[in-house]
Design a protein around this ligand. Structure first.
Ligand code: XMP
Ligand code: MG
Length: 179
């Protein structure tokens, strides 16, 4: 990726270590109950793949695609369902799996949407969160890392659909998105 990367925030090893800790916490909390992991496409694919495989808890998986972001770096606040869940979540323990929480607008919309379908419980796990960018308060039970309010890429996160496959999380050099 040439010099598009500014710096590495979390290495592959740091991410995997943190995910293992989160998985232990989730296993302890759900204590033998079955959990439906709801991944938010596309960003959460890497977190979903790695976190789910570290869990002892019995899980099933479903996916939603929602859009609140274009190809730019600012949240629009407008949420649209591009792909809905395939399964009925009524009476299930739902754990939303997210890549990143920025303003929290997307997540807050998602949580109330899913809550209206009457799951038994609903919680959120996210790899990254930007506390300084929060515009709404959302209860997030599992957070990988709190990060500064900078645009990040890698480990599922994109800029204009690129860089998702990087195994680490880094910041993008400003020249990439300001030019
Ligand atoms: P909000 O503001 O609604 O945004 O919490 C959440 C969604 O916005 C995307 N997002 C990012 N994507 N690097 C990215 O690649 C970032 O730094 C970033 N911040 C927010 C992401 O899709 C997330 O689900
Ligand atoms: Mg994105």
């Amino acid at each position: 990726m040439g010099n598009d990367l500014e710096k590495v925030l979390y290495t592959e090893e740091q991410i995997q270590t943190r995910l293992a800790e989160m998985a232990q916490q989730i296993d302890a909390d759900y204590a033998g109950r079955e959990v439906l992991l709801v991944g938010v496409l596309n960003g959460a694919v890497m977190v979903m793949a790695d976190l789910s495989r570290k869990l002892q808890t019995q899980v099933t998986m479903d996916w939603m695609a929602i859009s609140s972001y274009g190809s730019g770096t600012k949240s629009s606040g407008v949420v649209r369902i591009l792909k809905d869940l395939t399964t009925d979540i009524l009476g299930k323990h739902v754990l939303i799996v997210e890549d990143i929480i920025d303003s929290g607008l997307t997540l807050s919309w998602l949580v109330s949407n899913l809550r209206s379908r009457n799951p038994e419980s609903i919680e959120v796990a996210t790899m990254l969160r930007k506390p300084e960018a929060a515009k709404v308060d959302v209860d997030v039970r599992y957070v990988g890392f709190d990060i500064p309010n900078e645009f990040v890429i890698g480990y599922g996160l994109d800029y204009a659909e690129r860089y998702r496959t990087l195994p680490f999380v880094g910041t993008l050099a400003p020249h990439v998105y300001s030019s």
